[in-house]
Design a protein around this ligand. Structure first.
Ligand code: ADP
Length: 511
């Protein structure tokens, strides 16, 4: 047998899946770690924990799959974007890994936005100016932790760290690099304007390689532990976001990947890097000739969870007694309300928002309430509001990447048939729910098979991903949404100037 392993280094755990060359899952493993939040806005992980997790999950799938010598053809990697680790002169970490969720650089990204430099850098890097990006994080460290900044030999990310530990070299592939805010996506080089701003040199950054580049010669200690010989190639791979597009078979032009998990995202593959004139979309590399344009959304399923916990506590108890999911009960309640929730609109910005409005002060609201409206209307309006918001991201993407043709949708939301249909109705597109199990691991494995010549084209993924459900837009519902959407959009603009005032009130008065 011939096997390929896909490893996905995530924010809360590292996953690994052993596949045969047809993409069939042979074995899988998962190992979690702690997120450190010692001070407000901090979100860090210990790189050592993550290295241990990678070794653990690799070892597990090799053992579970009873892989024999010579059968493992490659290991390929996916990882979360935007992490930052500072390494000292002795190649030891000076910091933990500062993750995308860490917000301590907010002041610096706001400054970059206000002084116009952010827009100039975004136009070359395709990474929205935001505290998530290493660009803002390094600026924060330079200003607020100058001692650390001065001691830094290399600024790297988690995946670079793992490869450093396994192979002893600092190399970062284009995909992770394209999410740092310091990489020129048109020239495929570190961007001098970003580096000058930070006061760092290319020597302080990893060497750039292609996502399909490979490396052999694993450190013999780890090779022995894992039973991996030195000739097994490791593929540098890409980031989890772009690989999940690949892993759900959304790589053809016009095929849009919509995810509604805890958060959400809309992403589409294009063959050249593109940026949004208003800086609202990211553009990250999948390979050097496939790029993923999209927008990340904070307010996905987490908003439905809020509705469940705060508005439907009694149903939660009933659901527990009946041993069914409260979400399923709420879906049944929402189903009785017509599309458009009898004119009740909901803006889902409970956790500030990234795409499409990029406003950390944004807050949620119901609009259009009358005495006729019930809690059932509220739950339906909330589900619709989450999808309207994703639709606005889609419209922004359409501006740079053209009209969508169909949607591949994934995430916890897909357990609700009502919500899936809503996506088809509001987007007026066919929605397909692909079979998705660890889609970033599958994406990594497929990229690995391509890199190593086992498949000629990434589209081979089509035969590896099944379909669970298909939804067609319902014309009647679409007409209702088409009437409501302009009101929803105008309302967003009307509310925008007041978000900061209410957020400041909350900061001052709400404990
Ligand atoms: P994550 O993004 O953290 O991996 P999931 O993809 O599992 O998480 O998504 C979790 C979200 O999925 C929940 O917040 C909830 O909104 C939604 N969800 C979970 N179960 C259901 C269900 N039965 N019906 C509708 N939505 C659900």
């Amino acid at each position: 047998m011939e096997y390929m392993i896909g490893v996905d280094i995530g924010t809360t755990s590292t996953k690994s899946v052993l596949y045969d060359m047809k993409g069939k899952v042979i074995a899988h493993a998962n190992s979690g770690y702690q997120l450190y939040q010692d001070v407000p806005d901090m979100a860090e992980e210990d790189p050592e924990d993550i290295f241990d997790a990678v070794i653990e999950v690799l070892g597990q799938v090799i053992r579970k799959g009873k892989v024999q010598k010579g059968e493992l053809k490659g290991v390929s990697f996916s990882s979360a974007m935007h992490s930052l680790i500072l390494m000292d002169q002795d190649d030891q970490p000076l910091t933990r890994a500062i993750t995308w969720a860490d917000n301590r650089a907010a002041k610096y990204s706001e400054e970059l936005k206000a002084n116009g430099i952010g827009a100039e850098i975004y136009a070359k890097t395709g990474t929205p100016i935001h505290p998530m990006a290493p660009l803002s994080k390094i600026l924060w460290i330079k200003n607020e932790k100058p001692d650390l900044f001065k001691k830094t030999k290399k600024f790297i990310d988690l995946k670079t760290y793992i490869f450093f530990r396994l192979f002893g070299t600092y190399k970062m592939e284009y995909s992770i690099a394209s999410a740092t805010g310091m990489f020129n996506i048109f020239k495929l080089k570190w961007e001098p304007q970003a580096l000058d701003l930070l006061g760092i040199t290319t020597d302080q950054l990893p060497e750039l390689v292609e996502p399909t580049d490979t490396i052999t010669g694993i450190n013999s200690n780890y090779g022995k532990v894992l039973g991996i010989t030195k000739d097994v190639p490791f593929v540098f791979g890409a980031s989890d976001g772009v690989l999940s597009n690949l892993g759900v078979n959304a790589i053809d032009p016009g095929v849009v990947a919509v995810t509604i998990g805890t958060s959400g995202a809309v992403r589409v593959v294009v063959d050249k890097p593109v940026v949004d004139p208003n800086g609202r979309l990211f553009c990250y590399a999948l390979t050097k000739d496939k790029w993923v344009v999209g927008g990340p959304v904070n307010n996905g399923g987490i908003v439905f969870r809020w509705v469940k916990d705060q508005l439907f506590a009694p149903e939660k108890i009933t659901a527990e007694q009946m041993q069914v999911s409260t979400y399923d009960i709420l879906t049944q309640i929402a189903e009785k309300i017509p599309a458009g929730s009898d004119g009740l609109l909901f803006h889902p910005y409970l956790g500030g928002e990234r795409a499409p409005i990029w406003d950390a002060y944004a807050r949620g609201s119901f609009f259009g309430l009358t005495r006729k409206h019930t809690r059932a209307h509220m739950v339906r309006a909330a589900l619709e509001g989450i999808v309207y918001n994703l639709y606005i991201v889609m419209l922004t993407i359409e501006g740079v990447a053209g009209k969508p043709k169909s949607i591949q949708a994934t995430g916890g939301f897909a357990r609700s048939a009502l919500w899936r249909q809503m996506l088809a109705d509001i987007f007026e597109q066919d929605v397909t729910i692909p079979e998705s199990f660890e889609s970033s691991c599958l994406g990594a494995a497929v990229l690995g098979m391509y890199a190593l010549g086992y498949i000629d084209d990434l589209s081979a993924v089509k035969d590896m991903v099944g379909v669970t459900d298909v939804h067609k837009p319902n014309e009647e519902n679409f007409q209702v949404y088409r009437e409501l959407l302009p009101i929803w959009i105008r309302l967003s603009r009307v509310l925008e100037p007041e978000y900061k005032s209410i957020a400041e009130f909350q900061k001052k008065h709400v404990k």
